[in-house]
Design a protein around this ligand. Structure first.
Ligand SMILES: [Zn+2]
Length: 127
């Protein structure tokens, strides 16, 4: 809508390269429409740092959603060992990336990610 105004929709940065974030598929390869459905009607524009973090947040929410289903004994993609491993690795990757951008994380906190990693480790030990 206002791509010409030239500010990042998340942090408000101006005067830098902006990219229209393609929402595409979620972490599990499903059509992605859950995180911010309204975005599909009004595309947002993020600077490089924020678009990267938006992707991290999307993956994180996908994984949280599936993990919650897993712990509630509902059908979950994470009941597959392979997907569980892949999600665990991705969370570690997200935590590592976030630890490198301290102080500039409008979407997701490292503490949230660390907490989920801990919960998933406990689940693994019980299995
Ligand atoms: Zn930004």
């Amino acid at each position: 809508m206002d791509s010409t105004s030239g500010s990042c929709n998340a942090c408000g940065a101006t005067g830098i390269a902006l990219m229209k974030l393609s929402l595409g598929k979620d972490f599990f390869g499903r059509a992605y429409d859950r995180l911010s459905p309204s975005t599909d009607q009004s595309p947002k524009w993020y600077c490089e740092g924020c678009s990267m973090q938006k992707n991290l947040q999307r993956d994180f929410r996908d994984i949280v959603g599936e993990f919650d289903k897993l712990t509630a004994c509902q059908g979950s993609i994470l009941s597959t060992q392979e997907e569980f491993q892949r999600a665990s690795l991705r969370l570690r990757e997200i935590a590592t990336i976030l630890s490198g951008v301290a102080g500039h994380s409008p979407f997701l906190t490292a503490a949230d990610v660390t907490q989920l990693i801990g919960r998933m480790q406990i689940t693994t030990m019980q299995a």
